[in-house]
Design a protein around this ligand. Structure first.
Ligand code: DHB
Ligand code: FE
Length: 281
């Protein structure tokens, strides 16, 4: 049976990708940020998941504003990264698991989450930067990828509550797959940031820390926030935090925190890392 071994959250800022490409991890500006990933990397190295389900938003590479699915899942054997114009070198392609993807898609749709299924899907920095943060500078990707895209770009967006419920349905989908697969769920994006307009660059550290606390300990409280409230506090792109709720919904009601780290600002963004596993009770 497929099993969720844990959940990770991370920001997916393109500048992080550039820093990794240029091996700037020990640069004074970046060191504390990257040090925050060491325990997660060590855990992944030890646990060796077979599949990473990466919950991210596409920023215009695969879906443009003319057609944006609310929730989309990759159902392909390969996912290709492409130049987004950030000066980032494109990463090696990722191997998918078509059969597992279709199983998840079918289960989610049976549970009333009407997923868009993508048999071709370019993956952007939202997915690739987290993969690189987890498995950096390796000769090849050590696990397969299933990308799950959430619309956090073109309004109307799904709510934090809907994302949390999607995570719960994702757990049912994974646990009903008969093959033995170790799955890690990676929720990406956030925390507070706004990339344009008068409030560009705003960061609300207190709100970020409260979100991390609610998501870990009391996710129902996080579901009480509307997207407008999140954007007022955390900036327009800060709403990406709703994708952390997909990861959280896929874990058990009580979780153990194996690691938690926050750093701000990094490239005008509040950046949080959390590693959670199901509590035994
Ligand atoms: C930036 C882009 C992102 O997609 C994000 O989540 C955070 C920051 C940026 O361009 O700086
Ligand atoms: Fe983003």
């Amino acid at each position: 049976m497929a099993k969720i071994i844990g959940g990770v959250t991370t920001s997916h800022i393109p500048a992080i990708g550039n820093a990794m490409a240029n091996k700037l991890e020990n640069d004074p500006y970046w060191k504390r940020f990257f040090d925050g990933y060491e325990p997660v990397k060590a855990w992944l190295e030890d646990q060796k998941p077979d599949i990473a389900i990466v919950v991210y938003n596409d920023h215009g590479l695969n879906f443009f504003l003319d057609t944006v699915p609310t929730f989309a899942i990759g159902c392909a054997d390969e996912y290709v990264n492409a130049d987004e114009g950030w000066g980032l070198p494109s990463s090696a392609s990722f191997q998918g698991d078509t059969e597992f993807s279709w199983h998840i898609a079918e289960s989610l749709i049976n549970q009333n989450f009407d997923m868009t299924t993508c048999q071709e899907m370019l993956v952007d920095h939202g997915c690739v930067v987290p993969m690189n943060l987890m498995w950096r500078h390796l000769p090849e990707w050590p696990c397969q990828l299933i990308p799950l895209a959430v619309n956090t770009v073109q309004h109307p967006l799904p709510s934090a509550k809907r994302c949390y419920d999607l995570g719960k349905a994702l757990r049912v989908a994974i646990e009903s797959y008969p093959e033995d697969k170790k799955v890690v769920i990676i929720g990406t994006g956030g925390l507070s940031h706004q990339l344009q307009g008068e409030r560009a660059g705003i960061i609300d550290v207190e709100f970020d820390l409260q979100c991390m606390n609610y998501i870990i300990n009391d996710p129902e409280k996080m579901t009480a926030y509307s997207n407008s409230e999140i954007m007022r506090k955390a900036g327009t792109e800060g709403v990406e935090v709703i994708m952390w709720m997909v990861m959280r919904g896929a874990l058990s009601p009580n979780v153990n925190v194996l690691h938690k780290h926050y750093h701000a600002p990094i490239s005008n963004t509040g950046a949080g890392v959390v590693l959670l596993v199901d509590a035994k009770d």
